[in-house]
Design a protein around this ligand. Sequence first.
Ligand code: AMP
Ligand code: FES
Ligand code: ZN
Ligand code: ZN
Length: 319
Amino acid sequence: MKCVTCRGPAVIDIRRQNANYCVDHFLEQCRRQVSKAIREWDMVETSDRVLVAVSGGKDSLAVWDLLLELGYQADGLYVGLGIGDYSDTSAVYAKNFAEERGLNLITIDLPTTYGYDIPNGSRAARRAPCSACGLSKRHLFDSAALEGGYDVLVTGHNLDDEAAVLFGNTLHWHTEYLGRQLPVLPARDGFPKKVKPLVRLTERETAAYCLIKGIDYLVDECPMAVGNRHLSYKEALNDIEVKSPGAKHSFYFGFLDRASALFIPEAEEDRAQLQDCLTCGAPTTADICAFCRLVDRAGGHHPEPVPVHLGSTRRGSSS
Ligand code: AMP
Ligand code: FES
Ligand code: ZN
Ligand code: ZN
């Protein structure tokens, strides 16, 4: 197996590109794909203050590393979800990565700050764990980015993640979500700009990137996610990809190029109805936002003082 660029010994084959790469050219390829995504969708400027949501897994540590390699300045944000050993261990990986490189890592611990954890909170609130978890994370990511005055919030979603979410949303025709399934969501009242620079890389590639760069990450999957639908969509797409290399890429990028715009008006309609949550000030279509309702139903509490959404023009505005 020879590197497509230098003809030296290759360490990885990327079937959707019909190409093999040596160590150096694979790393270059990862940087090139991330730069391309950043340029194509105006994700980040070099002067931006960037906040990367890091879980301690391969994708988020890889994207943090890649952004630094490409010359961006980026802090990290880790959210402790109270999922037993899984959370304890993931925190160690995120903290070690930051400490070894002298980087700033903001941490928010859900049980300490909000008085509930995902296993108990989701049970009490009668929500699936991944749904309570996703809701909590989204809220905390948004508020941390706004409170910290960051220009952009980065997550480590990769091509496999995005294709699987798209697969689920089209299987069930969740058209209201399809209009928001974009690699960039611009900042707007109460929401930071959110970007996914890894959409051009698969999880196999981010794992290889970490391995080659010596980045230690938590390999275990979240125990609460075992058997969920998202993972079964990933498996189904992986089966298709084996027989038809590039299928995932063309499914996701074909959607972005040819279909996503059709669903934006419906997503915009939802957004037009947003007002300030009476408890926390975050944008919501109800009086109390879904996060604050979850906190209440999970038997949790709000930190004192209630977070102020700096950078948000929604607080105190009429709605
Ligand atoms: P997931 O929802 O677990 O697929 O994760 C998607 C992305 O969300 C990751 O790549 C991270 O950027 C971010 N993320 C997930 N879990 C956490 C966490 N506990 N703390 C901070 N960021 C996270
Ligand atoms: Fe959220 Fe597993 S990381 S439920
Ligand atoms: Zn090479
Ligand atoms: Zn709220």
